[in-house]
Design a protein around this ligand. Structure first.
Ligand code: URA
Length: 246
């Protein structure tokens, strides 16, 4: 394979723009065969040279997977003209330009969001066909009536405003008083505002919403809102198993 400039290789690889890549070189975060390289016009052979960014080998790892505790006030998108996005937290991460959020949480919803470079993984986790469970902790207005809960588990609910029949879902009541109730609600679909719409239909509108689980993976309690970590091999394996990916 032909030799290429290091700055071109790194930006083509998705590490960042040419400008960002030059910053990383200047910051001595790039090594070639374990030697720091600062010169953007240094030439490498991508097939035989080992290029690392902050000690991470760039040529081997195919995809990246992060668990993020989304804070309120950020929209789930890669870019927005006026609002801060969840990707603002990932600016210094390798390949940040290739990363995107899996599904979406509303601006005022907190909690578990996966951020990845893996398109098929994201597609299956959000596609209704795979029925991946999403569990939320919610504070809702008023005292929730418990007599309908078994019916929702079997039949879901009809959302009159949307003329839409939901899939079955499960509500567990954690506490209730006359002015508000705390619940866990588990749904198997990612329709826009689904939890808020369900709770509106039931008559207990959502006051606070936080996603705590997606399929087999729970939000790591050690992550404060705005913090993230890489998913472990075990978490990736379990998630891929749930959506029948190798
Ligand atoms: N359902 C909602 O209503 N909002 C979310 O952010 C996620 C699920």
């Amino acid at each position: 394979m032909k030799k290429v400039r290091i700055d071109k290789f790194l930006s083509n690889f998705g590490l960042g723009s040419r400008k960002e890549v030059r910053k990383y070189l200047k910051q001595e975060r790039i090594t070639v065969n374990d030697e720091v390289v600062k010169n953007p016009s240094f030439h490498i052979n991508p097939e035989t040279d080992t290029v690392k960014f902050d000690d991470e080998i760039l040529s081997y790892k195919e995809d990246f997977y992060y668990m993020f505790n989304k804070p309120q006030g950020y929209i789930t998108a890669t870019k927005d003209a006026s609002m801060p996005t969840v990707m603002d937290f990932f600016q210094d991460v390798p390949f940040h330009s290739k990363l995107f959020p899996v599904g979406r949480l509303d601006i005022d919803t907190e909690g578990l969001l996966f951020i990845t470079t893996d398109g098929q993984f994201a597609h299956r986790l959000t596609h209704p066909k795979w029925e991946v469970e999403k569990e939320y902790y919610a504070v809702v207005k008023g005292s929730i009536k418990e007599e309908n809960l078994d019916r929702f588990k079997e039949k879901g609910i009809y959302l009159k405003k949307d003329k839409y029949q939901t899939k079955p879902f499960e509500i567990k009541v954690l506490s209730k008083s006359s002015d508000k109730s705390e619940i866990n609600i588990t749904v198997k679909e990612g329709k826009y505002h689904i939890v808020k719409k369900i709770m509106e239909e039931i008559g207990n509108p959502v006051l606070y919403l936080k996603r705590v689980r997606i399929g087999p993976v729970k939000l790591d309690e050690r992550l404060s809102p705005g913090e993230f970590r890489e998913l472990t091999e075990e978490e990736i394996r379990k998630l891929k198993q749930a959506i029948k990916l190798p």
